[in-house]
Ligand binder design. Structure first.
Ligand code: FES
Ligand code: MG
Length: 586
């Protein structure tokens, strides 16, 4: 361990001869649960553990255990651990959407890191937004920080088949609608896909965001993919606890790790793993809080041409356990580095470069992590689209089915369809089976009012399934467009995160059912074939109504949030980076 006698910021609380009265007030209450004055006065770094596990956050609940090993690592390396709770974020349960909580948990963590005697912090991540929320806050505070992932659940099995969380639900929902299974079988399939502690075991948003944290250099190598119940998870927790103490002495802050190059590496990684589309707003949000600009073109330049090399659901076959055993994120980065798609010279929390971290950690199972040269699919990065309906939206092309390609993309990359427009998901559920709409296989389902302001919080509702009549005919998906998000685990060809959203006056506001929408994938365009005069006339009619805010935070969120293209961050928060690392007054 480094023995730099540097004065930690916690000394401003615990070592102030001028204000011994204040020091006494701080100390007595920390001592009342058994800490000694010597521990707190000895000049050791105080290491925060941001605890995201709890009964309301089942995906992160493993951290109630990992935190114990983190504490032991911190102690053994000469630090004083102080664990504190974070505002819960549970993707699948929080209504009206967990997207509201990312910025709220961010705010909460910033205040904790600013206002308490904390010198460095372990960020316990897992469920989708728990990763970006904490990474954003660590950048704002700019205190030494390290990510400890909780890891995915064990692989799920159902009726002899490998079934992933999310994926099995979308698939079973279609079977349920088609009358092939009953409600009880539906619930059994869901439970079978979630057999242990941990976060989603597919390459959904949780696995994607944890992989991104590792690719950014924020966690120890190999951390993100270790399944939650594996013995290596506890060992990784211990090593992470030890390392954060060294980082405190080295003053290794997020600002030294989170460079533009690191974010470009992450963009390539997202493509290679077949990562969730939710990675787009979260990566941009983390970048903005780190003082880095990621443009729409960056997704095309650094991600679009990168092939899919991880064979994991929903784009592929396997789940988290196989991915970990095949080498996890280091093995993916080895391929990208060899192909010249990432920069290995970036700094990481280990104090070494990314290339040094992953040396010799190639894939041990080419069925799961292939080579860059013989991938599962070429060009797996997000396609960025623009047009008269929005300035920015993304499409994940790695999940588009062969069936769809045959139906819509005959020989060219462009297709046209008749828009069926829904105002939010209640409207969708109420009308999707209405025969009056005449929905056929050449229709495009559109949902609006699902963006950050409209919902409020961007909602995962764009993955709309076709009407029952089409499902019965074997039409499993239709193209969709929306100003909301889509779960990383559904497989319809969707245009997502449309910005600006309808509620902010974006083009979806004036789109009408029956309009023809033309999508040209090669040109990166999506336009409604509506005349400028007609668009102007419809714009004058205003934007579709949105529900009123139901809580104070919803109103604050709506008043401060940016659009999805710029990460849906609180714009006003970005300027505080580094400012709040200064010790506040008594
Ligand atoms: Fe929490 Fe998927 S719902 S990780
Ligand atoms: Mg999700």
């Amino acid at each position: 361990m480094a023995s730099d006698p540097r004065r930690f910021r916690s000394r401003d609380w615990f070592d102030d001869p001028e204000r011994l009265d204040m020091v006494a007030i701080y100390l007595e209450r920390f001592m009342n649960y058994g800490l000694t004055a010597d521990e707190l006065l000895g000049g050791k770094p105080i290491i925060g553990i941001a605890q995201t596990g709890g009964d309301l956050t089942p995906c992160n609940r493993v951290h109630l255990d990992t935190a114990k090993r983190v504490r032991e690592g911190i102690r053994d390396a000469g630090g004083i651990p102080m664990e504190f709770p974070l505002h819960p974020i549970f993707e699948n349960c929080r209504r009206p959407t967990a997207a509201l909580d990312r910025n709220l948990a961010y705010l909460g963590l910033v205040e904790i890191l600013h206002g308490y005697p904390i010198d460095a912090v372990v960020l316990t991540t897992g469920c989708d937004k728990t990763t970006p929320a904490q990474v954003m806050a660590a950048s704002t505070a700019d205190l030494p920080a390290i990510v400890l992932s909780g890891g995915p659940m064990l692989d799920g099995w159902h009726e002899g088949e490998l079934v992933g969380s999310g994926t099995v639900i979308w698939r079973s929902r279609r079977k349920l609608a088609a009358g092939e299974i009953d409600p009880r079988q539906f619930l059994e399939a869901a439970a079978a896909s979630a057999p242990s502690l941990g976060h989603c075991n597919t390459m959904g948003t949780a696995s994607t965001m944890n992989a991104i944290a590792e690719a950014l250099g924020l966690s120890l190598p190999g951390c993100s993919a270790i399944p939650a119940p594996y013995r290596e998870r506890g060992q990784m927790a211990y090593a992470t606890g030890r390392r954060i103490v060294e980082m405190a002495y080295e003053d290794l802050r997020p600002s030294k790790v989170l460079t533009r190059r690191a974010f470009l590496n992450a963009i390539a990684t997202i493509a290679a793993i077949g990562g969730s589309t939710n990675a787009q707003p979260h990566l941009v949000a983390m970048a903005r809080h780190a003082g880095v600009t990621i443009t729409p073109e960056d997704w095309m330049t650094y991600g679009r041409d990168v092939p899919l090399i991880v064979n994991m659901q929903p784009a592929g076959k396997y789940l988290g356990e196989r991915f970990h055993r095949a080498g996890g994120v280091p093995a993916v980065l080895c391929e990208l580095l060899r192909a010249g798609r990432i920069d290995g010279n970036v700094s990481t929390v280990t104090g070494r470069t990314l290339a040094e971290n992953i040396a010799g950690r190639e894939s041990t199972d080419r069925d799961v992590i292939t080579t860059y040269e013989s991938p599962l699919q070429e060009r797996a990065g997000f396609l960025v689209l623009r047009g008269n309906l929005f300035d920015f939206a993304i499409m994940k092309t790695s999940v588009i089915s062969e069936d769809f390609r045959k139906r819509f993309l005959s020989g060219t990359d462009a297709f046209e369809g008749r828009a069926i427009v829904f105002d939010g998901s209640d409207d969708y559920h109420a009308r999707i089976n209405d025969p009056e709409l005449g929905i056929d296989e050449r229709c495009i389902l559109v949902i609006r009012g699902a963006g950050p302001i409209g919902w409020p919080g961007s909602a995962e509702v764009v993955n709309m399934q076709p009407p029952d009549a089409l499902l019965k005919r074997g039409i499993a998906s239709l193209p969709t467009i929306g100003d909301g998000r889509q779960s990383g685990t559904s497989d319809s060809p969707s245009i997502l995160n449309a910005s600006p959203e309808s509620a902010a006056g974006g083009g979806l506001a004036w789109l009408r059912t029956g309009d023809i929408v033309r999508i040209d994938l090669a040109a990166g365009r999506c336009d409604a074939l509506v005349s400028d005069a007609e668009i102007a006339r419809r714009k004058a009619e205003g934007t579709p109504p949105i529900p009123a805010s139901a809580t104070p935070w919803q109103e604050l969120y709506r008043n401060t949030v940016s659009q999805m293209d710029s990460g849906a961050v609180m714009d006003l928060a970005v300027k505080y980076r580094g400012v709040c690392a200064k010790t506040p007054r008594h």
